[in-house]
Design a protein around this ligand. Sequence first.
Ligand SMILES: Cc1ncc(COP(=O)(O)O)c(C=O)c1O
Length: 394
Amino acid sequence: MNPSKRIQTLPPYLFAEVDKKVAKAKNEGKDIINLSIGDPDLGTPKPVVEKLYEAAKNPDTHHYPSYVGMKDLRLEISSWMKKRFNANFTDDEICVLIGSKEGIAHLPLGIINPGDYGIYPDPGYPVYRTSIMFADGNPIQMPLKEENKFLPDIDELNKKIRNLGKKPKLMFLNYPNNPTSAVTDLKFLKEVVEFAIENEILLCYDNAYSEMTFDNYAAPSIFEIKEARETAIEIFSFSKTYNMTGWRIGFAVGKSENLNLLKKVKENFDSGVFNAIQIAAIEALKSKEVESEVKKNMKIFEERRNVVCEKLEEFEAEFEKPKATFYIWIKINKEKFNGKESVSMKFCDKAIEKGVVLTPGVGFGEYGEGFVRIAITQSKERIIEGIERIKEMF
Ligand SMILES: Cc1ncc(COP(=O)(O)O)c(C=O)c1O
């Protein structure tokens, strides 16, 4: 069978290569510490799991769900948006997703025509670029550079798009950021919203890590900028906040005219999230017990971050202590790892030899080259053991 051009033009999936190397090391009987996974280890809060048991026992939940999600869940999300960000959205302006990845992957199909431009951050969550390509669009790279604290340079972006001769239609943006763990503030978001309005771009703000923050930093919503309502949709996830990666549930928020672009695609392609999971998600949003468990979990991540950062400082690694996410983005000492091939890949290969799996920065795009990502999604002891094993590599 001949694969489609779509498949053929995909960039190599470096994470699959890493997986192969890990499988080989495991076969050789090595003790592997995996610090590459963006999947929290702490387990879903008990009241959410119990709600799922209860709901799943009721045959009424076993039918096809609604395309946009249960009204009760959308109403709960609406209250959460109000409470958390003082943002006003009716239940019609909310759409439940089969995980935020699904929404990101489907959105370009609702707005991109063949050849249209879509902007994606580099380094960034790989699905942004791929989804633009799968809609036959032209992905436009938006570098996130260390000297700009991993925020895009909007002046540079303006220059770039003037040279395109045609305005882009879509832009993905993500803070707190995967993989760099950079955060942002309302001043910068205002600049982005103005840019999007001026250029008539649909801004897709991916806020998957909105609740994974430390040191009393609260991540903003794009909708804290009033004008964003005109130009943006925002995507949230239950995966990271509630340790629900396997449940596959998230949601998108935006005024109907914008959100309908996504809803139309979804109506034709998928059949929603299992109702019992949606009922459990209501519990996640409204239960006080869950709220305090989430706070406790964030303290655990914060403590892990503190001890890991202390160790990394001791080993003279070059990095910024993250204020959010469960990632630490480290600049590789190029003197130790130079050569023709990717420094990121070389670093990760060497780490696997020592029984530690890390994510090569270049897997997130060209501008991730020279960096490596550590995820603190294992016990404190295992993470420390892992970075001890590779300490002379920094
Ligand atoms: C930035 C970002 N967005 C979205 C997702 C997808 O999350 P989910 O589909 O589990 O909601 C991830 C997962 O790692 C991510 O890092």
